[in-house]
Write a protein that binds this ligand. Structure first.
Ligand SMILES: [Zn+2]
Length: 392
């Protein structure tokens, strides 16, 4: 008897999940249009919309003066009654952003700051910025996605080890922020959050096998296999950045020498450029130096592009994805330099695997990752029987 009663509840949640997906993708729509697009019956759509309205996840509003017929109501993701926050913690700089449930990230609602050097001060800065953003709105905060680099253990619910930002070691900034703010906060492994962002905002919407390589500070990897994020035993799978590429190379944040992430990232290229000019550089300054006088840094570009090609080839050879998204700046945003990386990948990948795979710069950002993570949790995470956090 119990399972018979559970079934309608599960069906309701499946309908809710698929209708939310349609509303999120298509923007403001009438109930009739939602029925057409989702394939659900009009009464089912109405029932689900009523439930979503009660939960404050969607809003309904009068359409302005339609050309034909009487005005009717449109349904959209809530933007005036509910908001979510996204927190990105990174080596160098961090940020907090606020959006409606439509997930539209903008610069006015994003507060950036230099990552402090102690964990307590980091929490203070994050709390203060979250409160500043929330004070600007009357909307109800529904949750905070906290994206972090390093190894995140789902089992322990903490960052167990962060080679680029050791102040996060053995910490759970999401849990600590939740205590301070009284709002549900979700800890997200940055590459996995980027995978969710690419699904929500980018071109991975219909992809079930893809990889996301973050090559900014560290070398992070998120992999989606058969529609599921690859997590391993406790969520720590994908640490390709700490494969040894040069046993006599420089010391990595993990303690070993010559890890791929010391050789294949924006941070690596910046370090090599600084060594050459013997002066400190910001990422923006490094980018303009490469644009203006790239020839001067030819050997550095060649070296880092070569290692990045090895990293991408390793991902393709191991996971057979249809697409590899690459998130980075110095070698990724510039077309000529990215083409060089892709040429390198051709030399390093098994041909049949490469033939099935496209390598593209990602369009989504880390703050979109944090927002996509919390949105995923709010709209789909609690769906029983369909997997929890890790299922897309
Ligand atoms: Zn390492």
């Amino acid at each position: 008897m119990k399972s018979e009663r559970a079934e309608p509840a599960l069906l309701r949640r499946i309908n809710q999940r698929s209708l939310l997906e349609v509303i999120r993708r298509s923007g403001p729509s009438s109930r009739a249009a939602l029925a057409r697009m989702s394939g659900l019956t009009p009464p089912t759509v109405s029932k689900v919309v009523e439930s979503l309205l009660l939960q404050g996840i969607v809003e309904e509003f009068e359409q302005d003066r339609p050309l034909l017929g009487r005005p009717h109501k449109l349904v959209k993701m809530a933007t005036t009654s509910a908001v979510v926050l996204g927190v990105v913690i990174d080596a160098g700089s961090s940020c907090v952003t606020q959006t409606g449930l439509d997930g539209q990230v903008n610069e006015e609602q994003t507060l950036r700051f230099q990552t402090p050097d102690t964990y307590e001060r980091l929490l203070d800065e994050l709390e203060q910025r979250c409160r500043t953003l929330l004070s600007r709105t009357n909307a109800k905060p529904r949750g905070v996605g906290v994206s972090v680099p390093g190894l995140v253990s789902e089992r322990l619910e903490q960052v167990v080890f962060c080679p680029n930002l050791h102040l996060l070691d053995h910490r759970n900034p999401a849990g600590d922020l939740e205590t301070r703010l009284g709002i549900e906060c979700l800890l997200l492994h940055e590459p996995q959050a980027l995978c969710l962002a690419e699904r929500m905002y980018g071109i991975a919407r219909d992809l079930d096998n893809f990889a996301m390589l973050d090559v900014t500070q560290g070398l992070g990897l998120g992999v989606v296999v058969g529609g599921m994020i690859l997590t391993g035993n406790s969520g720590m799978a994908g640490e390709i950045g700490h494969i040894t590429a040069d046993p006599t190379g420089i010391r990595c944040g993990c303690g070993n020498r010559g890890c791929l992430e010391t050789l294949a990232t924006d941070a690596a290229l910046m370090r090599m450029m600084q060594d050459r000019i013997k002066a400190p550089l910001t990422l923006a300054r490094a980018a303009s130096l490469l644009d203006e006088q790239g020839d001067d840094f030819e050997s550095e570009i060649q070296a880092v592009a070569g290692y990045l090609a090895i990293a991408i080839a390793a991902v393709i050879n191991t996971f057979n994805p249809t697409t590899v998204f690459v998130h980075g700046k110095l070698l990724v945003e510039n077309k000529d330099r990215f083409d060089r990386v892709v040429d390198g990948v051709r030399q390093r990948t098994l041909m049949p695997l490469l033939a099935e795979c496209t390598i593209v710069p990602t369009r989504s950002s880390k703050r979109q990752g944090a927002i996509a993570g919390i949105m995923h949790w709010l709209t789909e995470g609690r769906t029983p029987g369909l997997g929890i956090r890790r299922q897309l």
